[in-house]
Each structure stands twice: as C-alpha cells, then as structure tokens.
Write a protein that binds this ligand. Structure first.
Ligand code: NAD
Length: 321
C-alpha cells in the first residue's frame, strides 16, 4: 500500500512532534523538517526507528527541496513563545514570511494541500471579547511582540493569496494558548513558568495584578482540531482553542493546589503589550469541524505536571537556549 505523504515543518517542536505522532498513527508517511532553533530531537526520537518517518535538518526560510510526492504540508516552524521570538526576532519574521512562501511554493509545485499555523496573537491586545475570526485585531507593529504577530498576519495574507491566485488548497488555523507534554519548562509562558517554579520550590511570579486572562487548550484537543481542519474543505481561518477562561492569579492558585507547593504568589510589573484578555470564540470550529475541546484543565494539567516532574531534575533548572 502506498501511504499518503505529509511534510511537517517544526517537527521537533512541541506541537510539530505531536502532529508527527498523530499522522504516523493515521498511517501517513511523515517527513519532519526542523532546524532545531527552539526544538529538540528528543521530542521525535521515538519515531526515528520507523520506516514511515524521515527527518530533514533544514531551515525552511531557505529553499525547500523534498523529493517525491507530497499530499499535505503542515507549516508549524516558528519560534512561538515571547522569550524565543524576542531573542531571535529576524528569524521569526523570516520563517513567517520567507518560510511560509517556500512552503506555499512547494505546495503549489506538488499539488499538495497546506495548513499553516497562525495564532491568536494576530488579534493583538483585542478590543472585542471573545475573539471570533471576523475580528481584525489590535496589533502594535513596532512593539516588541510585533515581530511575531506581524509575521503571522503576513503569513495569513500570503496563504490567502496563494489560494486566490494560484488555486492552492490552503487551511489556516488560529491557535490559542496550548499546553501539554513536550512543552519546554523554560519557554517563559505562564503555565510552564508556574509549574517550573513550583518544582524548584520558588515563589510563583504573576505579572501585574494577575487579572489578565488566558484560556488554555490541552494539546490532544488542539491536534484533533487541526486534523479535522486539514481534512475539511474550508479555507477561511478557524480559531482552535479552549474558551475556558481564567485569570492568571487564579491559575497560579490552581497550580499551587495541584503541585502542593508551600510557596506563595509574588507580583512583578507587566511586560509591554501583554494582552489583557484572550478567549477564543469557537463557534466556527464547532459548526464546520464538529470540534469542541474535551479535556478539562484539571485533567490536562495533571498529565502535564506528571510530564514535567518526570524530567531529569537538572532540566528543572535549565536556562532558556
Ligand atoms: P516550538 O518552539 O516548540 O516549535 C517550533 C519548531 O519550529 C521548533 O522545533 C523550531 O526548531 C522550529 N523552527 C523554527 N524556525 C525554523 C526554521 N526557520 N526552519 C525550520 N524549523 C524551524 O513551538 P510550538 O509551540 O510547537 O509552536 C509551533 C507552531 O504553532 C508555531 O508556528 C507557533 O507560532 C504556532 N502556535 C503555537 C501556539 C502554542 O500555544 N504552542 C499558539 C499559537 C500558535
């Protein structure tokens, strides 16, 4: 039987590695591509022994050559957490623009369907709440987060242009905060930061008064939404995330209860352009994909905490790359 072939960029990252697992499970031949700038081969090392899997160590902002047929492309390569994209702003802009252009060109050449990973960050600091796909966003292009937000906005525009002008089959997923095993403890995002602090016996740092809200989606739910979107015939952007919103202060309290730490919450000044509210409106995903998140924060956090706890102790203390 000849298997359908899928290229996954960002394969060694948090989401990319889970996508590789899912497509292997679905019987695809998976070609993973990554330059390991923020990723880790340990996330996919279990796949190297499989004939169904191959890996290219390559920067997708440079010309991409993949021999043979390709049926699907999932473009997930990009630094994703503020700590990363503030350190490597130019690479972030390049992978969202040149990297996306290369992937779209490859999709056109191969006649493949392509899904690109966009983000809730394209809504910026939103003036409507919750955010549905009709909202155009409130982004500061020259603020520190602009490099990521604008790269992703450009990515969406370029993807739509390839759809309209070249007839490429495109899909755009707007991903909201996602968590789960294989996240990096030191990636600077609230959830791993809180759990890391609890594991190390440090106080939990909440920025500002902690009234800013986030909604967290467990990775298995997200991957299901992405898979359904790829297989759908819908080319407009679709939000995928968990609408269960919580303030960061309450969230820190949940982590304290989950981990049993005796440490307390301390407050630090809010970073520039930190969004005050984030909550997906997932009406479109429900209607078009028949998708809703299934994993409660309680269940998802437990699995994620167990994963972080099982890491060698020196990982708990590792500084960001
Ligand atoms: P991650 O940092 O764990 O994974 C990104 C991967 O892309 C890494 O393995 C990195 O090495 C690779 N990469 C970066 N630049 C590259 C390049 N030029 N060439 C080849 N590989 C490159 O991040 P993640 O959380 O898995 O995010 C994956 C995608 O999902 C990103 O596009 C991100 O913008 C998007 N996203 C993630 C979230 C989330 O909550 N995790 C939310 C919204 C959007």
């Amino acid at each position: 039987m000849s298997r359908k072939r899928v290229l996954i960029t960002g394969a060694a990252g948090f989401l990319g590695s889970h996508l590789c697992d899912r497509f292997i499970k679905e019987g695809f031949h998976v070609i993973g591509m990554d330059n390991l700038i923020t990723g880790d081969l340990r996330n996919i090392e279990h796949l190297f022994k499989l004939e169904q899997f191959e890996f290219y160590h390559h920067d997708v902002s440079k010309f991409i050559h993949v021999p043979g047929e390709l049926h699907y492309i999932l473009h997930f390569a990009s630094p994703a957490s503020p700590i990363d994209y503030l350190k490597i702003p130019i690479q972030t802009l390049k992978v969202g623009s040149l990297g996306t252009h290369n992937c779209l060109g490859l999709a056109k050449a191969k006649g493949a369907r392509i899904l690109v990973a966009s983000t809730s960050e394209i809504y910026g600091d939103p003036l409507v709440h919750p955010q549905n796909e009709e909202y155009w966003g409130n982004v500061n292009p020259v603020g520190p987060r602009g490099v990521y937000d604008e790269a992703k906005r450009f990515q969406e525009a370029m993807t739509m242009a390839y759809h309209t002008f070249h007839g490429v089959e495109t899909r755009i997923v707007r991903i909201f905060n996602t968590y789960g095993p294989r996240m990096r403890l030191n990636d600077g995002r609230a959830l791993p930061a809180f759990i890391g602090q609890a594991l190390r016996g440090e106080d939990l740092t909440v920025f500002g008064d902690g009234s800013q809200t986030r909604s967290f989606c467990f990775v298995d739910d997200l991957i299901e939404g992405i898979y359904r979107l790829l297989m759908s015939d819908y080319h407009q952007p679709v939000n995928v995330g968990n609408p269960d919103e919580i303030s960061l202060k309450e969230f820190a309290e949940e982590i304290i209860a989950l981990t049993g730490t005796t440490q307390k919450i301390v407050h630090k000044p809010l970073p520039v352009d930190d969004p005050k509210q984030r909550q997906p409106d997932i009406t479109r995903a429900k209607e078009i994909l028949g998708w809703t998140p299934k994993v409660s924060r309680r269940e998802g956090l437990k699995v994620t905490y167990e994963y972080f706890k099982s890491l060698p102790k020196d990982e708990w203390f590792k500084q960001p790359k």
